[in-house]
Design a protein around this ligand. Structure first.
Ligand SMILES: Cc1cc2nc3c(=O)[nH]c(=O)nc-3n(C[C@H](O)[C@H](O)[C@H](O)COP(=O)(O)O)c2cc1C
Length: 324
């Protein structure tokens, strides 16, 4: 039996990493999926953290990128241990061992998942380097940490992440799987994603938001979570001319084919900012002014805040409508 201390941890045998990682040819390009709002970054030597990353991606349907050392780690386990210790020592003196990957920007992502194995109580060195190199680009982003270890805790590495990316928000609630809890991986990941508000359902909620761009101004709208609102979202992106109707009371356009309204509650007393369908004609009407109640109006969304002011101008307006 091995004794364990902070410096000499008990390190379990490492399973071999499976062959055939097809992400390696484009190290600086996350696996493309234009609709993904989350990116999973992970480092993994023997496949445990990789499995966690894959499960997160499976549950969230998001982009993924493996962070790899510039020089691959030795197959010889003892050589690997000495090198990792040297690298950790180097990092303490400000020398970060190079990694293969860079990411141009994280603009497309709401949340960045960062996963790594625990090495001698710390975040594995390739991920430390990556965070160090991308600290500026990660500023303002939400970072969710997950890790795997034999038995050590994650708290030291949370401190390291915060220090490496001072401008980012490292979420308090992290996920650690150890050799004794790894078997619960799927459920633990599911619960964790729900707890941090990143589950698929939660993401669908945020995707009710749309950007409406006119000239250099973008206003935001939130669509209703009903059949008609979802049908509207499914037509995006859309470039249309909003025609003025009834002297700046409404801005209207005709989606083709008309939006599905089956089973959606009818009747609305429109207020400025309401996005509606006028059922008899099938047009979308965005109200700039309050108007009288109509049983034929169906509310499918609303322009946030006072954004409607941007549309409250005479004449027709060309707009681009996109999902957020
Ligand atoms: C260099 C090295 C150092 C390690 N240090 C620790 C440690 O301090 N505490 C611990 O519980 N496990 C430690 N381990 C075990 C790994 O954290 C654990 O096996 C992890 O699941 C490996 O993840 P991976 O398969 O994604 O590489 C270490 C493993 C290696 C290779």
């Amino acid at each position: 039996a091995c004794s364990s201390s902070d410096n000499e941890p008990a390190i379990p045998e490492q399973p071999e990493k499976p062959d055939g990682d097809d992400n390696k040819e484009h190290p600086d390009t996350p696996s493309p999926d234009g609709s993904a709002r989350c990116l999973v970054l992970y480092a993994s030597r023997s496949g445990n953290t990789e499995r966690m990353a894959e499960e997160i991606c499976r549950q969230l349907d998001c982009d993924v990128l493996e962070i790899e050392p510039q020089t691959p780690y030795d197959d010889d386990y003892n050589a690997m241990l000495s090198r990792s210790q040297e690298e950790l020592d180097g990092i303490r003196r400000g020398h970060y061992p190079p990694v293969k990957n860079t990411v141009k920007n994280f603009d497309d992502y709401d949340m960045i998942f960062v996963g790594y194995p625990i090495w001698y109580g710390s975040m594995a060195t390739p991920m430390q380097t990556f965070l160090h190199d991308h600290a500026t680009k990660l500023a303002g982003k939400r970072i969710a940490l997950f890790a795997s270890s034999g038995s050590s805790g994650i708290s030291t590495s949370v401190g390291e992440a915060r220090k490496l990316c001072p401008g980012a928000t490292v979420i308090e609630h992290t996920l650690l799987l150890t050799s004794s809890t790894f078997i619960q991986m799927k459920n633990r990941i599911k619960t964790w994603l729900e707890d941090i508000g990143a589950s698929k359902e939660e993401q669908n909620m945020t995707s009710l938001k749309v950007n409406i761009t006119l000239g250099d101004r973008t206003i935001i709208a939130t669509m209703e979570d009903n059949v008609a609102g979802r049908d509207f979202l499914s037509r995006l992106p859309l470039e249309v001319t909003l025609n003025d109707y009834n002297n700046m009371t409404e801005k209207i356009f005709y989606p083709t084919p008309a939006l599905t309204t089956e089973g959606v509650t009818r009747g609305c007393t429109p207020k400025p900012g309401d996005i509606t369908i006028y059922a008899p004609w099938g047009n979308v009407a965005i109200f700039c002014k309050s108007w009288s109640h109509s049983n034929d109006l169906i509310r499918i969304g609303r322009i946030d805040g006072n954004g409607i002011e941007a549309l409250t101008v005479g004449g027709d307006i060309r707009v681009k409508i996109e999902k957020q």
